[in-house]
Write a protein of this length. Structure first.
Length: 193
């Protein structure tokens, strides 16, 4: 791997570990009894690990995926680093704003309340947005068709399955309050109009 690719892989690893630390801190802070997700959700939740960890490690630590490498200008890597920094900020902000309402599964907590402040005043799914931005940053940091795009590839099925279920659950629990909230916020990005 060339020097710039080594640097970008190092940046990817640093941002990955920061994201893991954020998740770990909030998972410990708000440890709650968790329900068991259905088999489809459990399977789809595991898939992104291959895209965010396994394939990037294979790319960065071996030459097995060299056949799928591509080249970008160095500035693209710095754009990827900025995007990953934004993704980590979104991940932190969404955990901080959710507090005890956060769960790794699609479920409501005891005495669950609808969180509409902080980052949630602009977007309904900032944690998913964080992972989406991460997925956009990854091909700019990991110049490989397999490792670079793997996060996006493995996120799409999870999002297509999980987000409609979450939206339906929240509407069933909070009714018109959630419908009004949904009208004024964007799903992944702030509403412009």
């Amino acid at each position: 791997m060339e020097d710039i690719q080594n640097i970008l892989f190092g940046l990817y690893a640093a941002f990955f570990f920061l994201a893991s630390a954020i998740r770990s801190v909030y998972a410990r802070r708000y440890k709650q009894p968790r329900s068991t997700p259905d088999r489809t959700d459990r399977f789809l939740s595991i898939l992104p690990v291959f895209g965010m960890l396994v394939l990037p490690l294979i790319y960065g630590l071996t030459d097995w995926l060299d056949f799928a490498d591509y080249r970008l200008p160095a500035w693209a890597g710095w754009v990827g680093a900025a995007l990953f920094g934004l993704a980590d900020w979104l991940l932190w902000r969404s955990h901080a704003d959710l507090g005890r309402q956060w769960s790794v599964n699609v479920e409501l907590q005891q005495e669950h309340r609808l969180v509409t402040g902080g980052i949630f005043s602009k977007i309904r799914h900032p944690m998913y947005a964080a992972h989406l931005v991460w997925g956009l940053a990854q091909p700019l940091l990991l110049w490989n068709w397999l490792a670079g795009f793997s996060m996006l590839l493995f996120l799409v099925p999870l999002y297509l399955y999980r987000i409609p279920r979450e939206e339906k659950m929240m509407e069933a629990e909070f009714g018109s309050e959630y419908r009004r909230y949904r009208q004024r916020t964007g799903s992944f990005f702030p509403k412009v109009f």
